[in-house]
Ligand binder design. Structure first.
Ligand code: ARG
Length: 563
């Protein structure tokens, strides 16, 4: 059911392909202008005609497809009004035919690798990780839905001299019970203490380096401790991933590439790309107006970029990706530009399939950037606070609700995730609990509530329904057609969100759909005395419910049946 396609096929413009026409067809901002339109301005130059004349000519020549009721030429636009009854029937069949849980589209044979969340071992998982985790997790689902094979990778920050320092600190001041009990928090404190004491005692740094060498050479004791620190960190973040419904296909992080960099360095040498600079080896990027990309330090140690080169090559060899997305803060813009450029210089034909998907910074309203626990705001605390607040709202508004705890968890975490996903990625975001949790604003709870209201209408009606041609005739008023037009656009919107790497496109759409359904609901009752009307509107409600639920799920948000 692609009305846009039907319309594009019917329009014939000399020298312009159907694809181009298809891409040009838009939705008119004013509803009285119909459901679709073709702005004719862009064809003006090549056809040597005014947009008005083009629209007039096209109107005169077109043979209308069955789904279109009428076409008008208005100030350079060709406006299409759909056959509403047919449109309603087709849209409902399409949406309701998918069942309650939409399955993924047929495989398109393409693979997209998503590098996201990518936590650092023995470091707190703080609010700064919210965006990469939410955006990456959502894009993972979006691409999966569209028929891609999505590969989620948590490129762990699990290499570097800091781990030698951590071992040294642990040996000096740590105790196993405390680390077991307080996990990453205890490790972070050890690390902080190490730095404070190293200021007055340079021997500490030497000791840190010593332990790092032991990790590098695979010493049993040092490796066991390091592995333990890793497990502690991962099990802590896992509880957050579980709450957000996020999963990874691989946790191959920086240390995974230890034995995979030599071939890369050899290749760089063979291709004459390495130059010496102060004893270090770098790839000179003067010709691209970038600082050199550091490959090996003076002491022979590899760098973050070296590991990313090895990782990109490994990923292409392993997954043959059609796209490799790096969902990482914009602070790393230069890093990724350099890495991708080096891949290009190495002659990797797939270098341009690597894409940095940057995002802005998150801060809390009021600038409160410290918690009881330290200097950073832990993501866990943010989720807990939101759930606590959701609990309080439920206790006040609907104290007899079943499964209160579970609903509060969905609403609280949903509110946080939605606030991360509903603004354009690149914008810095100031986060407010009250705004995120408001039932009236543009929030997850608003959408979840709209979904639950649909559920309660359907429950009240109590019978299952199936669309018939006749139903279409009862769904032709303006408010209903608005809702239907949104429903019909779901897949296109998801595809657009994927293409732009912007889950906010989908978030915006769901808000628009819910608002359109609200307008419908203000003017019309669903369950009326007239059985035919009721039947048709119950179908509409059911389709809205399913699109909200599945759309939210692509944004990592659950929609409870009752709120
Ligand atoms: N662990 C890094 C950080 O916290 C992010 C890693 C991103 N992925 C990558 N392949 N470089 O900054």
């Amino acid at each position: 059911m692609d009305y846009k396609r039907e319309i594009a096929k019917a329009i014939k413009i000399e020298g312009v392909s159907e694809e181009e026409i298809y891409a040009s067809i838009a939705v008119p901002p004013k509803r009285e202008n119909g459901e679709y339109c073709l702005p004719c301005f862009k064809f003006s130059r090549s056809l040597r005609l005014s947009p008005v004349a083009i629209a007039d000519k096209l109107k005169a020549e077109i043979t209308l497809p069955a789904c279109v009721e009428s076409v008008e030429s208005v100030s350079g636009y060709l406006n299409f009004k759909l056959n509403r009854s047919q449109f309603a029937y087709d849209s409902l069949c399409d949406i309701l035919g998918r069942g309650e849980t939409f399955s993924h589209k047929k495989s398109n044979g393409k693979t997209v690798v998503l590098d996201y969340s990518s936590v650092n071992i023995a470091k707190p998982f703080h609010i700064g990780h919210l965006l990469t985790t939410a955006i990456g997790g959502s894009l993972y689902r979006i691409y999966g839905y569209l028929g891609y094979k999505a590969v989620g990778i948590n490129h762990l920050g699990d290499w570097g001299t800091q781990f030698g320092k951590l071992i040294s600190a642990y040996k000096r001041w740590g105790n196993p019970e405390d680390v077991k009990k307080r996990g990453v928090q205890a490790l972070t404190e050890l690390y902080v203490r190490f730095h404070a004491e190293a200021e007055n005692d340079p021997a500490l740094d030497e000791e840190g380096r010593h332990y790092f060498k032991l990790i590098e050479s695979g010493d049993k004791d040092a490796t066991a401790l390091f592995t333990w620190f890793k497990e502690i960190t991962l099990s802590e973040v896992q509880t957050i991933y579980d709450r957000l419904g996020i999963a990874f296909d691989s946790y191959a992080g920086e240390s995974f590439y230890n034995d995979k960099m030599t071939p890369v360095i050899d290749e760089l040498k063979a291709k004459n790309l390495l130059t010496e600079s102060d004893g270090a080896l770098v790839v000179n990027l003067d010709d691209c107006d970038m600082p050199p990309c550091l490959i090996l330090k003076k002491d022979g140690a590899s760098l973050y970029a070296t590991r990313d080169l090895a990782a990109a090559i490994y990923r292409q060899n392993t997954y043959a990706f059609d796209k490799c997305l790096y969902v990482v803060a914009y602070q790393q813009n230069l890093h990724f530009k350099q890495v991708f450029k080096v891949l290009e210089k190495m002659g990797k034909p797939w270098a341009d399939k690597c894409v940095h998907v940057p995002f802005g910074m998150v801060s809390l309203e009021g600038g409160a950037l410290s918690t009881r626990k330290g200097h950073v705001v832990l993501l866990k605390d943010v989720l807990d606070t939101a759930v606590e607040k959701a609990n309080a709202v439920i206790a006040e508004k609907n104290p007899s609700l079943a499964d209160k705890e579970k609903v509060a968890e969905c609403v609280g975490t949903g509110a946080i995730v939605f606030s991360a996903l509903s603004t354009a990625r690149i914008k810095d975001m100031v986060f407010s609990y009250d705004k995120a949790l408001s039932f009236e604003g543009e929030t997850a709870p608003y959408l979840q509530y709209a979904h639950a209201r649909c559920a309660s209408i359907l429950e009240k009606y109590g019978k299952s329904v199936k669309p018939t041609k006749e139903d279409g005739g009862y769904l032709c008023d303006d408010e209903t057609v608005d809702v239907l037009s949104y429903l019909a656009r779901f897949d296109a919107v998801v595809a657009d969100a994927a293409e732009k790497y912007e889950p906010c496109v989908l978030a915006r759409y769901l808000l628009d759909l819910a608002q359109a359904f609200n307008r419908f609901y203000i003017d019309h009752r669903v369950i009326t005395e007239d059985e035919r009307t009721t039947h048709a509107r119950v179908l509409l409600t059911s389709a809205v419910k399913n699109v909200l639920k599945n759309g939210l799920s692509l944004l990592l948000i659950q929609a409870p049946e009752k709120m």
